[in-house]
Design a protein around this ligand. Structure first.
Ligand SMILES: [Zn+2]
Length: 115
């Protein structure tokens, strides 16, 4: 399969430690905290969302116990919505440029801006 590398990757609106709302998939309707954003894959790992069971072999050298572990699997950013810290609603976000560089995200529901 040919990999399409020419497609620009949009900068994700989701950031680490955001509260997000899951729109689709097995964990639909759940809310959780973002643990990790995998920007290059367009995915994020969300606490207690999209749990999968991993059957792991014990590896004493690495201190791995083995057995069935539950882990969060990455979920596509497109299936997530950031929960606004001001109004507490899953909202669409805009972006606002700040003077002196950087930007802030703006909640389109209540117009609150946050970093
Ligand atoms: Zn809001």
């Amino acid at each position: 399969m040919k990999k399409n590398t020419s497609q620009p990757v949009a900068k994700p609106n989701v950031k680490k430690n955001d509260q997000v709302f899951v729109l689709t998939g097995r964990s639909r309707g759940a809310r959780g905290r973002v643990l990790r954003v995998l920007a290059d894959q367009g995915k994020a790992v969300v606490e207690r969302v999209n749990m999968v069971k991993r059957h792991t072999r014990p590896n004493p050298n690495k201190g791995i116990q083995g057995g069935i572990l539950e882990r969060e699997a990455p979920i596509a950013l497109a299936n997530l919505m950031v929960v606004c810290p001001e109004c507490g609603k899953p909202s669409r976000l805009g972006r606002k440029r700040l003077e002196g560089g950087g930007g802030q995200r703006v909640c389109k529901a209540c117009n609150a801006s946050f970093s």
